[in-house]
Ligand binder design. Structure first.
Ligand SMILES: CC(C)(COP(=O)(O)OP(=O)(O)OC[C@H]1O[C@@H](n2cnc3c(N)ncnc32)[C@H](O)[C@@H]1OP(=O)(O)O)[C@@H](O)C(=O)NCCC(=O)NCCS
Length: 245
């Protein structure tokens, strides 16, 4: 019997290149720096708790590869030009088996906030999702108190569609409301691109990112981070239910 071939990206994600960053699938060598940057309380304030050790981060990366090979979700590492390791992640997960609708999750090391790095990474992944994965609608949920998360989605041209009352469980047992944002392929094609309008200063962004890379490299040299083994146990993270520790 003839079957339908799975999409090309089941075998591996294509590299996406911008002027400030390149995106490639997360790799185990990213685990030490991602653990360091994404364990920062400023980053974790509005997202599910990250893997609690470098080894568990490596388990997350193994899980991400398995998810991609099964067509369930994809996880890009955000690598600033001038660095080899990821300083943030962007994840897309299918909301239905055909990938007509997908959910977006993202987190970036606080040193790189406000540099334009995330905006470019988001633009590259949205273009990939709409044009190559044939996603029609990308959704994102952000806690109403998450100013930067909501600000970044608004800036991207996403529309706030509704408020999901008490939809986020906080580690302290309380609940928070979340905004449901959507970005549709059709709107994306007609969007007002801040890069094209010249509001965005690419030279200033590159300077800021260079300074932050230097700071991160100094930290890495101090910690002499090593790449964890490739056999860490699977550890789901970001757009998923957390495993019990
Ligand atoms: C979400 C995240 C990836 C965005 O990256 P970033 O570099 O901070 O995003 P940007 O600076 O490009 O955009 C944020 C926008 O929100 C604006 N903003 C900041 N605080 C705000 C607030 N309280 N209210 C409204 N807007 C706010 C910023 O001014 C900026 O807009 P501008 O560039 O027009 O000034 C990053 O902040 C992050 O990793 N946060 C922690 C994890 C997280 O919350 N993930 C999202 C879960 S939905």
């Amino acid at each position: 019997m003839m079957g339908i071939d799975p999409p090309f990206w089941y075998d591996g994600l294509p590299r996406l290149t911008g002027s400030l960053v390149h995106l490639r699938e997360v790799v185990s060598a990213d685990a030490p720096l991602l653990f360091e940057l994404l364990s920062d309380p400023a980053v974790t304030e509005h997202i599910s708790p990250p893997p609690p050790s470098v080894e568990k981060f490596a388990g997350f990366i193994r899980w991400a590869h398995q998810q991609r090979s099964e067509g369930r979700s994809v996880t890009y590492g955000i690598v600033p030009r001038g660095l080899e390791t990821a300083v943030g992640i962007l994840q897309l997960r299918a909301l239905d088996p055909t990938w007509i609708a997908a959910e977006w999750g993202f987190a970036v090391g606080a040193a790189f906030w406000g540099t334009g790095l995330f905006a470019e990474a988001a633009r590259l992944t949205a273009t990939f999702a709409f044009e190559q994965m044939h996603v029609d609608r990308i959704e994102a949920r952000a806690a109403v108190t998450n100013g930067r998360g909501n600000g970044a989605l608004h800036k991207m041209g996403a529309a706030a569609e509704s408020c999901l009352a008490r939809s986020l469980r906080r580690p302290d047992g309380g609940y928070e409301d979340q905004l449901l944002w959507s970005l549709r392929a059709e709107d994306w094609r007609c969007r007002d691109d801040p890069f094209a309008r010249g509001r965005f200063d690419a030279a200033a962004a590159k300077r800021a990112i260079r300074e932050r890379i230097q700071a991160v490299q100094n930290e890495l040299a101090r910690d002499s981070a090593t790449t964890p083994a490739d056999d860490a146990s699977f550890y789901p993270f970001l757009l998923t239910v957390q495993p019990k520790s």
